[in-house]
Design a protein around this ligand. Structure first.
Ligand code: C2E
Ligand code: MG
Ligand code: MG
Length: 567
């Protein structure tokens, strides 16, 4: 890979120099001048030069290039070098007897000249050395442009480069491509970070090789996401297959790594470059988890969805102000005894949109998670839920705890405790009347910080339910140190377990874990009596789902509350 952080590339302790000249006598003369100080390789024509440059691009310190050659001449070669971002930073010194060619060569990126016939060998050596030193200094500066792990450009530099590229290639249609690793976090968790790093490096070098062949630039966008910007018309399916194949053929990475790709073809250049890649990312995310279809292409339906999403985001402030968001309640029943009884309810938000009717949180929550609006929404829901509990207490004389969902961002909010306290104070409620649902994946991201926050919440009297349990890939080690009061089994386990021909092994394992932690298990998404009975048999404590009730408006949920007094 790149050695841009090292002071110089060396072969047997010497820097490597490529001499390109069609005349053997010239190659020999230059060779004699430089052989003491450098490791030398030669090319006698343009094609050979291109091949050598590709092969040695990571090691070459400088290229000495003859302008006048039959076939592909020096100018043509220069422009080829400049098109390839992995080669373009190798300095080129042009050798010519034609002084007039200087300007053109400079504009094509040559760094210096050596006139023909050659001057004294000290002069040649001095020029070569100076060029190399300048370029190495520059490379040290540019190492900040690169991701240290993979040697690829970093995101900012990549975007600037792409913009630059567009300026010089106005008429070239370009594709924006995003390549993602499925479940990279799980790979890190299961095999360790060193292994994860290996995988990233493999993928990086694979993509780089492919793009070196076909043109384009590459970067690492974030932990496990790569971006490619390349002229339209490249076969991106092949790019994808080759990259995947390369991984699969490697015995260390072969088994566990699956890629997915998103393509925004003929990217609209009037959009910000970031935006173009957001579209590619959107396409990649659409095929998340689909092994059968690992490549997503941005199309008109996604464009419409984008517009729709923008509309929702634009309407957010007004929706809060006009209370367009409503909270529904779904009962959770304790099934340990013979007769199930109401244990608590989950507050689930709905958007009563003036134009689109009722919108489910599955659609708008992910949008608001991307831009921080979710925090406002969560606060709104907590307040509504608290107000509702207050109302029930006032009218019915009692309340049953209500759980609210917390987002990852809430957990990092330094004002979280204050916000919650002030809501409770305003409504005259105790923390024990509130349950907090925190998704398991929030814990896996930054467990230290989350554990501190959760511990503080618990010491105030809040009880914590870990939501979507089983999807966050936390290790058993980590779970056992977590301060939680209940495990909420992800709905997917129920779906899988009760599908025809499946079994309930996974659920039993999770119930075992909960027993070990000494906390109750909540099963959500329970739709039939049979499921409920089986779960109870296995040792599940609390059940939530359509079997008992869908999420319903507060007034409807009140029936469950009133029933409870009769028990
Ligand atoms: P969740 O917290 O895992 O909530 C459970 C989801 O399962 C709810 O979807 C609920 O309506 C649905 N559900 C319950 N029983 C059944 C069943 O028997 N069968 C089926 N098929 N589905 C069932 P909903 O209301 O669409 O909410 C989706 C997700 O949105 C929630 O998943 C939660 O993560 C999030 N969410 C909802 N309200 C809020 C909120 O106020 N704040 C935040 N941050 N997230 C929220
Ligand atoms: Mg929940
Ligand atoms: Mg859940």
């Amino acid at each position: 890979m790149f050695k841009s952080h090292e002071k110089f590339h060396s072969v047997n302790g010497h820097r490597l120099v490529l001499i390109v000249d069609d005349e053997a006598i010239n190659r020999e003369m230059l060779g004699m001048m430089l052989a003491d100080d450098y490791e030398l390789i030669y090319a006698a024509d343009g094609i050979e030069a291109l091949n050598k440059v590709r092969e040695y691009r990571e090691l070459l310190s400088v290229i000495l290039l003859d302008l006048m050659m039959p076939g592909m001449n020096g100018l043509e070669l220069l422009s080829r070098f400049k098109e390839d971002p992995e080669v373009s930073n190798i300095p080129v010194i042009v050798m010519t007897s034609d002084q007039d060619a200087e300007v053109e060569c400079l504009s094509l990126g040559a760094v210096d000249f050596i006139p023909k016939p050659y001057p004294k060998s000290e002069v040649v050596r001095a020029r070569v050395l100076r060029t190399i030193e300048l370029s190495e200094d520059r490379q040290i500066i540019s190492s900040t442009e690169r991701d240290p792990l993979t040697g690829l450009y970093n995101r900012d530099y990549f975007y600037r480069y792409a913009e630059q590229y567009d300026i010089y290639h106005r008429d070239t249609e370009m594709d924006a491509i995003v390549i993602d690793i499925n479940h990279f976090r799980m790979i890190n968790e299961r095999f360790g970070n060193a292994y994860g790093d290996e995988v990233l490096k493999k993928i990086a070098s694979g993509i780089l090789d492919l793009v070196a062949e076909s043109g384009g630039i590459v970067c690492r966008r974030s932990a496990d996401t790569f971006m490619v910007y390349c002229p339209h018309g490249r076969d991106y399916r092949k790019l994808f297959e080759d990259a995947s194949e390369k991984l699969a053929s490697d015995e260390t990475t072969g088994r566990n790594v699956r890629l997915r790709m998103g393509v925004y073809e003929n990217a609209d250049k009037s959009l910000d470059i970031e935006r173009r890649f957001d579209r590619a990312k959107m396409a990649a995310d659409r095929v998340r988890g689909s092994f059968a279809r690992p490549i997503g292409v941005y199309d008109i339906s996604m464009h419409e969805k984008e517009l729709y999403n923008e509309q929702l985001i634009d309407g957010f402030a007004r929706a809060i102000a006009e209370e367009q968001f409503t909270v529904y309640y779904q009962p959770k029943f304790d099934v340990r005894g013979d007769i199930p009884f109401l244990a608590s309810a989950e507050a689930l938000v709905r958007w009563m949109h003036p134009e689109h009717g009722m919108i489910s949180p599955g659609i708008f929550i992910p949008l608001f998670e991307n831009n921080g609006l979710i925090q406002q929404l969560d606060h709104y829901v907590w307040r509504m839920a608290a107000r509702q509990i207050r109302d029930w207490k006032d009218r019915l004389g009692f309340s049953v705890p209500v759980s609210v969902n917390m987002s990852r961002i809430d957990m990092y909010d330094p004002d979280l405790i204050r916000t919650l306290s002030s809501i409770l104070e305003e409504m005259g409620l105790e923390p024990s009347e509130f349950l907090l649902e925190i998704t398991e994946s929030a814990y896996t991201q930054d467990s230290g910080q989350i554990i501190d926050t959760v511990s503080e919440l618990r010491s105030m009297g809040f009880r914590i339910e870990m939501d979507d349990f089983g999807t966050g890939y936390s290790s058993l080690n980590m779970i056992s140190s977590l301060p939680i009061d209940a495990l909420k089994l992800d709905m997917q386990f129920i779906r899988n377990a009760f599908r025809e021909g499946s079994n309930t092994k996974m659920i039993e394992i999770i119930i075992d874990i909960a027993d070990y932690l000494d906390v109750p298990v909540i099963a959500e998404g329970v739709e039939t009596e049979e499921q409920m009975l089986r779960l109870r048999e296995m040792g599940c404590d609390i059940v939530q789902g359509y079997f008992f009730s869908r999420p319903v408006p507060a007034a409807e949920y009140e029936i469950f509350l009133k029933d409870r007094t009769d028990v």
